[in-house]
Design a protein around this ligand. Structure first.
Ligand SMILES: Cc1cc2nc3c(=O)[nH]c(=O)nc-3n(C[C@H](O)[C@H](O)[C@H](O)COP(=O)(O)O)c2cc1C
Length: 180
């Protein structure tokens, strides 16, 4: 089964990037990370039947279409979803690649709340896009900073790592029956 991951942080030393890379080690199969930073701002004039989507949009749609499951890992900005990630999701609304796709949402934050606002908003957006949000695979990770090794940029906290493994196993279990 093929997994596509999207990170809501464009920051080079992102803690959510570290969570994403650590989570991918629990996926038994090919996995890739989408480059959402290259996407233009969503504009309905560039979308639709008569429009040719910009190349980064076409690449994202192809990557999502060929994935059996999606993993969204994101920080929370001002109690919301980072604009770059919402922009990427907006490009996928009409084209339909997310329909019935199992998806896990993980938010990580230095704060005790674990990015709960952004997590809830992402789940709502993805449900509206008729993705299959796998609740058992979703996580809000609080106080992320000391749980990451800044040298390797991976999660080192044992409990968090174990829980990421559980989350990814739930995502794989949801994707397996749908995978040809
Ligand atoms: C503009 C901005 C707004 C933020 N708003 C929130 C917030 O609402 N809730 C929160 O938990 N953290 C917030 N943070 C802190 C981020 O969680 C923190 O910077 C985190 O490390 C970003 O994720 P990253 O390391 O993956 O880039 C904010 C950070 C920035 C730069």
């Amino acid at each position: 089964m093929r997994l596509l991951a999207l990170s809501g942080s464009l920051r080079a030393r992102s803690s959510n990037g570290a969570v994403l890379r650590s989570a991918l080690t629990f996926w038994d199969g090919p996995a890739a990370t989408a480059d959402i930073g290259a996407l233009p701002h969503f504009n309905p004039d560039l979308d639709g039947e008569d429009a040719t989507p910009p190349a980064p949009v076409a690449a994202l749609r192809t990557a999502v279409a060929s994935a059996d499951a999606l993993l969204v890992v994101s920080p929370e900005y001002a109690h919301g979803v980072p604009g770059a990630l919402k922009n990427a999701l907006d490009w996928l609304v009409s084209s339909g690649e997310c329909v019935s796709k199992p998806v896990a949402v993980i938010t990580a934050s230095p704060s005790p709340t674990g990015g709960d606002h952004a997590n809830a908003q992402l789940r709502e957006v993805l449900r509206m896009m008729t993705g299959e949000v796998v609740s058992a695979a979703c996580r809000e990770i609080p106080a992320i900073s000391p749980k990451i090794d800044p040298t390797t940029e991976r999660v080192t906290d044992e409990a968090t790592l174990a829980d990421l493994g559980v989350a990814l196993s739930h995502l794989a279990a949801a994707a397996a029956p749908l995978t040809p």
